[in-house]
Ligand binder design. Structure first.
Ligand code: ACO
Length: 455
């Protein structure tokens, strides 16, 4: 079936198009009839999964020399660029499922490693699969010793995200077989390595940035327990994480494991589409996550709460937000136009964490900001609700994570999602190297002028 078909007798169809019953059309009721008013021709474009293929518009031309119609969609606000079986978000109803499983159930019953397995493999592991998976991840946490020297070479105040971008990319130079991305065994090996080594890279980056000796992985501990060990262990012979904080971090990791086609996942898929090794593509994804509108948002939330300083100043700050002087960080989302389901879960975790760590003094400011914003027409009319980052920064701060490590705490769990999306893209027969089009708005052709003839 052609993707779009110009009707045979254009003129006749033109006048009749609005009268013909839609289910008499070649594509039945599942089609879009459009008339190009430049030419008077009518076209029928199939509708599949609530979308029309952009390439179908290419047949709509004013003449043989016309390139054909394109869509213009800056920032992809209304473009599906892939089919995916991994994560489902219903932004209007505040629903998030991984491989069909609701995020609330995973946050309550699962662990990060089990969820990572689910995201990567499509289903929850059996007990034996889980044991093998956890064993594999635990036994790939060490880094080549040269990586340590690389990390130590950064300037004393290097941001851990900057170090992470560089070091995760550098990992590709240690594993030459990583280039064999269409070999399932080699591909899986890199997936295991990346999930296992990201916490080590992140912890080393942080320890180096504060001048502390690096702590090697402890295979007796859980994924998150070991991460806490590598970050915070000092002179004690054996680090024992607080179980409440260890579980809280694990749940936060579950909540961040994937989020369909966000900015960093788009970077992973786009860079991956030119077929480099996955370490290079993950480096690009980490770089995308670094920005304050994405993974840097919870750091910005904390800075904002400090700037507000007191519950008394909240109304004034909201006024500035409404005047467009500042953004209410941790509010709003491209997809969620209802409460972000992750924010709801995080609020519960915050209570558990604060019972151990003591109440974060910035919490009252956050609660007041949320209370006022949720009843203000500016936020209601724009469907702006707290997102995952609004409370996560407060939890991380109470757990003694330095602010600079916040985006790193996002990058570690999101690695599972990036890799699952990357693999899905590689195996998708419809995908090619990512290469969008543009509308050229620059000067028309002109001739080069020698320098002394220029005005
Ligand atoms: N504070 C104040 N106004 C806002 C906010 C905000 N946080 N977010 C959106 N708006 C306003 C915009 O000014 C715009 O208003 P207008 O229609 O009068 O111009 C309207 O709401 C729509 O905003 P857009 O920027 O078009 O929405 P978009 O979908 O592009 O942006 C984003 C989504 C980037 C998340 C935005 O809401 C934002 O900047 N939020 C703050 C940063 C943040 O929390 N990021 C974390 C996102 S979650 C994540 O990455 C895990």
């Amino acid at each position: 079936m052609p993707r779009s078909a110009e009707t045979e007798n254009t003129k006749a169809k033109n006048t009749a198009s609005s009268q013909v019953a839609t289910n008499d059309r070649p594509h039945g009721r599942h089609s879009l009839s459009v008339t190009d008013n430049r030419t008077g021709k009518s076209y029928e474009i199939p509708i599949e999964n609530g979308t029309v293929r952009a390439i179908a518009l290419r047949d709509i031309k004013t003449g043989p020399d016309d390139f054909g119609l394109m869509t213009y969609d800056p920032a992809f606000t209304n473009t599906a660029h892939c089919k995916s079986q991994i994560t489902m978000i219903d932004g209007d109803r505040g629903i998030l499922n991984y491989r069909g499983y609701p995020i609330e159930q995973l946050a309550e019953h699962s662990t990060y490693l089990e969820t990572a397995y689910l995201i990567l493999n499509g289903d929850l592991p059996t007990r034996q699969q889980h044991e093998e998976w956890a064993f594999e991840i635990t036994h790939h946490t060490f880094l080549h010793e040269n990586m340590k020297r690389l990390i130590e070479a950064f300037r004393y105040d290097a941001h851990p995200m900057g170090i992470l971008v560089s070091t995760v990319g550098a990992l590709s130079t240690f594993y030459s077989e990583a280039k064999s991305i269409f070999d399932p065994v080699a591909r899986r090996q890199q997936v295991v390595r990346l999930i296992a080594k990201m916490p080590t890279l992140a912890a080393f980056a942080y320890r180096a940035s504060v001048g502390l000796p690096l702590v090697y992985p402890d295979n007796d501990l859980s994924y998150t327990g070991n991460f806490l060990n590598m970050l915070f262990r000092m002179a004690e012979p054996k680090y024992r994480p607080n179980p409440v904080l260890e579980r809280a971090l694990d749940v936060l990791f579950i909540l961040h494991a994937d989020h369909e086609q966000n900015c960093s996942t788009l970077a992973m898929r786009a860079v991956g589409s030119s077929h480099p090794d996955p370490y290079s593509a993950v480096a690009a994804a980490v770089a995308a996550l670094y920005g304050p509108l994405h993974g840097g948002a919870n750091e910005m939330v904390l800075r904002m709460l400090k700037e507000v300083g007191s519950v008394r100043n909240v109304s004034e700050y909201i006024k500035r937000v409404k005047q467009g002087q500042v953004r209410l960080m941790g509010f709003g989302h491209r997809v969620y136009k209802n409460y972000d389901p992750r924010a709801r879960i995080i609020k519960q975790i915050a209570d558990q964490v604060f019972e151990v760590t003591g109440r974060n003094p910035l919490l009252d400011i956050a609660l007041e900001l949320e209370r006022i914003a949720l009843q203000d027409d500016y936020f209601i009319s724009r469907k702006l609700y707290p997102n995952v980052d609004f409370y996560s920064g407060l939890i991380y701060q109470s757990m003694k994570f330095p602010v600079e490590t916040f985006p790193v705490l996002f990058a570690i769990p999101r690695t599972a999602g990036w890799l699952a999306q990357w693999e899905e893209m590689l195996l998708d027969q419809e995908q090619k190297i990512a290469r969008p089009r543009q509308i050229y708005t620059g000067p028309p052709r002109r001739d080069y002028r020698p320098m002394d003839e220029r005005m």
